[in-house]
Design a protein around this ligand. Structure first.
Ligand code: DGL
Length: 278
């Protein structure tokens, strides 16, 4: 048993979709969340930059004594898992493998689609994770860079969003997919629109849900589940907390009373982890 918190990081607000699932599936666990709001978006940045940011984010969380790290950001997961695992003294869970495993379990035809940020799709991480599964016959992938700002604007059920989603997903419909991985923290909020556009024949795989299930399985296996009835949550961001607090409700399903601003650069990578060179 281990009552230390689970550390979750993301480029900003989107990782709260993973926290929401963690709280639903593991109500006794405490969570420390870090949103790198000063440096988002990660989705349009180079892999080298995203890896550096991810290690700094992890470093901050490790300094809070977390027992497990979750890279809740799909873009960060898609390029930084090897560096994070080398660096971190505690287990690191990303969102790519759980999402791909769930898609492999859900598909009947074997034709799977994935949507994500430019960085996630360019990395090829989802495509490789999906192709490594025997259940998957073909993978069609599309970058959808306009969707993150639309979700942050609250236009989750707006006609403009539906038009853009429809435009982005046309190649996936043409490819005849029966399963779609929502490969970005923000897309679970677009589930109703995506489902309308693709129709009932396509299953939507939410990597937040699957990631929380993977965390639960690891903690159970390692005997590290908390014994508490209710966990505590604390939230940290690298820019002023106002906007984060304003839109957190949408992602977490409840308001956040206290958000603390920190500077990720104050937590040099060498301080908390195993001190690999970046
Ligand atoms: N959190 C990012 C992801 O899941 C989306 C936002 C960003 O580009 O930073 O890929």
């Amino acid at each position: 048993m281990n009552d230390n918190p689970i550390g979750v990081f993301d480029s900003g607000i989107g990782g709260l979709t993973v926290v929401r699932e963690l709280l639903r599936q593991l109500p006794g666990e405490s969570v420390v969340y870090f949103g790198d709001t000063a440096r988002l978006p990660y989705g349009s940045k180079s892999p080298e930059t995203v890896i550096r940011f991810a290690l700094e984010d992890a470093s901050f969380l490790l300094s809070r004594g977390v027992k497990l790290l979750v890279a809740a950001c799909n873009t960060a997961s898609s390029v930084s898992m090897p560096a994070l695992r080398e660096f971190s003294p505690v287990q690191v869970v990303g969102v790519i493998e759980p999402g791909a495993a769930a898609a492999a379990g859900a598909t009947v035809s074997g034709d799977v689609g994935v949507m994500g940020t430019e960085g996630t799709i360019r990395s090829g991480a989802y495509q490789a994770a999906l192709r490594s599964r025997t259940e998957v016959r073909s993978v069609a992938a599309v970058p959808c860079p306009l969707l993150v700002p639309l979700v942050e604007e609250g236009w989750t059920d707006h006609p403009v969003t539906e038009t853009i989603v429809s435009e982005y997903l046309t190649p996936l419909s043409s490819a005849g997919i029966d399963t779609l991985v929502l490969g970005c923290t923000h897309y679970p909020l677009l589930k109703p629109v995506i489902a309308r556009v693709l129709g009932p024949g396509v299953r939507l795989v939410d990597s937040a849900e699957e990631t929380a299930a993977a965390v639960k399985a690891i903690l159970a296996e390692d005997g590290m589940l908390s014994e508490a009835e209710h966990g505590q949550c604390s939230f940290y961001v690298s820019d002023i907390p106002m906007r984060f607090q304003e839109i957190a409700q949408r992602f977490l399903g409840r308001s956040i009373p206290l958000v603390t601003q920190v500077d990720a650069a104050d937590f040099p990578v060498q301080a908390a982890g195993r001190g690999i060179a970046t």
